[in-house]
Design a binder for this molecule. Structure first.
Ligand code: HEM
Length: 405
């Protein structure tokens, strides 16, 4: 096998429809790959975990390499991102520690658990609409609106132009792609600038109309001292907003596809609904909503005897780690909703940046699958799945299903 054949190439036609054969090839032939585009990519579970726990940087501005890393650097330095790059996702300690602790104080497990009745009502309303129509795009009816409405309501956003925010957010998350066309940089940057402006307006409105919600609590935290600057507030709100729905949509949609492609597992879930929580963990492992994250090495990092130099831009392929036979055993590619160690997936990352919204995503996923599976015994595909073409936040753009209540 030539080096070219084992190169991670997300531009290959069909890659985003099914990236798993390519990840397998990486793990088998070049699990610590130095890519000609200017990044490294780790695809084994043990290497991904070790990298994320090693305390390297998340700040792309610290890279000393060119290539793909340079594009990320330019984005973060550009006008559209000079505010958004203050989100905790792009910051190292001490900023990261301070920002994360502040947001965690208002985004508590209790406040999330209290959302279950609202989430249940939203799911049931979506299922009612699907039942009435008989056929539906599950992304449009359930997987997207559920997390989008929940995070909008949590933040206490006024009924703004949701179509515009949805469009902006979809453009903005392309900044999380490992590689992109040069012309995309301008568009992503413009989306960042517009999103910042809208969020500033929302914060202004909320200052005048405080209520019992997350945004008011974050504003109070800012006003209570100099712990959160204006720009930092904007950046955390956009992060919560975007992370709140651009990821969970894929959990619900990818999980549904996985079940429909494995009727035995769907039947098992119907028979044993108490497995739903574990099934959600297995969906996160089997087809991860966020396929990768990245770190900039602060010092040389050794993986499988290879030394990655300091200043390197390293992609940790979470989705590949979640299918690594060396960790999961020979059944790694199988969907098994009763897999005992499913929770050891790295879909929410590990280490200091472990997903802050994991409890919310798990709750939304559990309620959605509990109700969906119980309500529609005949749930089936009603057309081809259309993938969104993203390498990182990968999921379907359209998922046509037929239902009979
Ligand atoms: C961070 C995945 C849902 C908020 C992360 C990271 C991953 C991730 C992989 C860490 C990135 C890294 O280590 O570099 C997911 C998945 C989700 C999900 C798979 C759904 C299935 C949510 C939700 C929210 C949220 C619902 C909030 C409403 C955050 C925040 C961070 C984060 C604030 C930054 C944490 C930090 O930098 O310290 N998420 N996420 N996520 N996520 Fe999520």
């Amino acid at each position: 096998m030539t080096e070219m054949e084992t190169l991670f190439n997300p531009f290959e036609p069909g890659f985003t429809d099914d990236p798993y054969p390519a990840y397998r090839m990486l793990r088998e032939h070049d699990p610590v790959q130095e890519h000609p585009f200017g990044f490294w990519i780790l695809s084994d579970h043990a290497d991904v975990v070790a990298l994320l726990r090693a305390g390297h940087s998340v700040d792309a501005r610290r890279t000393s390499l060119g290539g793909a890393a340079q594009e990320q650097y330019e984005l973060l330095e550009g006008d559209g991102f000079n505010v958004l790059n203050r989100s905790m996702l792009d910051r190292d300690p001490p900023d990261h520690t301070r920002l994360r602790s502040l947001v965690s104080r208002v985004f508590t497990p209790r406040s999330i658990a209290a959302l279950e009745p609202e989430i249940t009502a939203l799911v049931d309303a979506a299922l009612d609409r699907m039942a009435a129509a008989g056929r539906a795009d599950l992304v449009e009816e359930l997987a997207f609106p559920l997390p989008f409405t929940v995070i909008s309501n949590m933040l206490g956003l006024p009924p703004t132009d949701q179509v515009r925010i949805r469009d902006l957010s979809g453009r903005l998350v392309r900044s999380l792609e490992p590689v992109f066309e040069p012309e995309a940089l301008t568009d992503i940057s413009q989306a960042g600038a517009e999103m910042t402006a809208i969020t500033r307006e929302l914060i202004g409105w909320k200052r005048a109309n405080p209520a019992d919600d997350l945004l008011s609590a974050l504003i109070a935290a800012e006003d209570g001292g100099d712990r959160l600057s204006d720009d930092e507030l904007v950046a955390q709100v956009v992060l919560l907003y975007v992370a709140g729905h651009e990821t969970t949509v894929n959990l619900i949609a990818n999980g549904t596809i996985a079940l429909l492609r494995h009727p035995d597992q769907l039947a098992l879930l119907r028979e044993r609904p108490e497995l739903t929580g574990n099934a959600v963990e297995e969906f996160l492992r089997y087809d991860s909503p966020v396929q990768q994250t990245r770190r900039i090495t602060l010092k040389p990092h050794v993986a499988q005897g290879r030394e990655i130099p300091a200043g390197a831009f390293v992609i940790a392929c979470l989705a590949s780690a979640n299918r690594d036979e060396k960790f999961w055993g020979p059944g790694a590619d199988a969907l098994r909703i009763d897999r005992e160690n499913a929770r050891q997936h790295v879909a929410f990352s590990v280490g200091p940046h472990h997903c802050l919204g994991a409890a919310l995503a798990r709750l939304e996923g559990r309620v959605a699958f509990e109700r969906l599976v119980r309500r529609f015994p005949d749930l089936s595909f009603a057309g081809d799945v259309e993938w969104n073409g993203r390498i990182n936040l990968r999921g379907p753009a359209r998922l046509p299903v037929a239902v009979r209540a």
